[in-house]
Design a protein around this ligand. Structure first.
Ligand code: NAP
Length: 367
């Protein structure tokens, strides 16, 4: 099958065609107060079948005894990822129409979805909508849960050879009978818009080398810091979490920008003490409200990557989403903080689109 017919057949399956400076210090006083929380209170409530999430109670609303630095006046500036992402999409739409007018080409993003997980289907739908909104052509292949790894590899190989597809994304998680590494490694590096290829990560880690793509979520975190005028050079940064897709590349990116970076993980003995030294905190753990006010240095900037569902009887869904950071406490101590939702989440998709545009420009030698 030629690359053009591959795009066409994929399209038949599915086509959509189409500073301010934060570092202002506030006056803080340190207060000791009673909050009364124990970790054992974090009740496991239920695991939904189609969501990869476990819904728990929000520990932040229960009271531990902690020492916390409390602001006496205004709370932290909200780092609004939703509006920054919108702005980025608008900038990209202009750039994509310039590309279309100049060379008659628009970027293409292919998504491979395997199985019927509702959460994965929702992510793919959102990516497709975002593509449409900026003029990126999207292609989707939806395969059955019991399809073979070979079949997934065949589609990747077709998209690899298709010049109308600039980025390829395999929606994770894959069914357990597939080897995720094999599948991800099959995406050619020029189309690895997720930035997960080990070569991309290696280039990110090396001095004076440039990766072809930076993983979308950590890239979105750094973009938020830039767009809100947060100085990174020479600052102390703490990244909580060291996953391949968020924590580790976030730490590498901060280091590339000359921050002094510490990484806190599940075996770290004194996470609170280390985190309290940070001027910039990026948390990517997946534990609701783990980072309390007492972990935060007054005036620091907090980027909360965590997305955690917690029980909420007042919500029609019975749950709401919270981050890793106890927003209520942290927003009184930090100088700026991302909300959840509406912080890093929208930036991840914006960065995926941005990586796809970069790939298309590179492939077509368009400046
Ligand atoms: P992950 O692969 O499960 O990694 C979690 C990391 O947190 C691990 O490095 C783990 O340490 C560390 N950790 C676990 N418990 C800890 C503790 N008590 N103290 C300190 N560190 C601890 O998760 P992920 O994929 O990076 O995702 C993290 C969170 O970000 C999740 O809530 C996820 O939903 C969210 N997320 C959001 C976006 C977005 O677009 N906003 C994108 C991706 C992920 P070890 O390495 O020692 O196990």
């Amino acid at each position: 099958m030629t690359s053009t017919t591959t795009a066409a057949s994929a399209a038949t399956i599915f086509s959509t065609g189409s500073t301010d400076s934060i570092c202002c210090r506030r006056v803080f006083r340190v207060a000791t107060f009673q909050l009364g929380h124990t970790r054992s209170n974090l009740a496991f409530l239920r695991t939904t079948r189609n969501a990869r999430c476990t819904i728990t109670t929000a520990p932040c609303s229960s009271p531990p005894v902690i020492h916390a630095a409390m602001a006496t006046e205004a709370s932290a500036k909200v780092i609004d990822g939703k509006s920054v992402a919108k702005q980025i999409r608008e900038e990209m739409a202009i750039e994509i129409s310039r590309m279309k007018e100049s060379i008659g080409i628009v970027p293409g993003l292919a998504v491979i979805l395997v199985g019927d997980r509702k959460d994965s289907a929702t992510y793919v739908r959102n990516k497709k909508k975002a593509c449409e909104s900026v003029g990126i052509k999207s292609y989707e292949v939806h395969l059955a849960e019991d399809c073979s790894e070979q079949e997934v590899l065949k589609h990747i190989s077709e998209f690899n050879g298709d010049p109308s597809v600039n980025g390829i994304l395999v929606q994770l998680p894959l069914p357990s009978h597939m080897n995720e590494q094999n599948v991800l490694n099959a995406v050619c590096i020029e189309k690895d818009v997720d930035g997960f290829n080990p070569l991309n990560i290696g280039l990110l880690a090396m001095r004076d080398r440039e990766p072809l793509f930076v993983p979308c979520t950590p890239k979105g975190c750094i973009e938020l810091l830039h767009r809100y005028g947060v100085a990174i050079k020479g600052k102390k940064a703490v990244v909580i979490g060291r996953s391949n897709i968020v924590g580790m590349p976030a730490a590498l990116l901060l280091q590339r920008e000359d921050a002094t970076v510490s990484i806190v993980h599940s075996r770290t003995k004194n996470p609170e003490e280390i985190t309290r030294e940070a001027d910039i905190i990026i948390s990517a753990v997946g534990k609701p409200d783990m980072v309390r006010g007492s972990w935060i240095k007054p005036g620091s900037v907090v980027i909360d990557v965590g997305i955690n569902p917690v029980e909420d009887a007042t919500s029609p869904r019975g749950y709401r989403l919270v981050g890793d950071v106890c927003y209520e406490e942290a927003s009184k101590i930090a100088s700026a903080i991302t909300p959840v939702p509406g912080g890093v989440g929208p930036m991840t998709i914006a960065m995926l689109l941005s990586n796809t545009l970069t790939a298309a420009k590179r492939a077509n030698n368009f400046k």
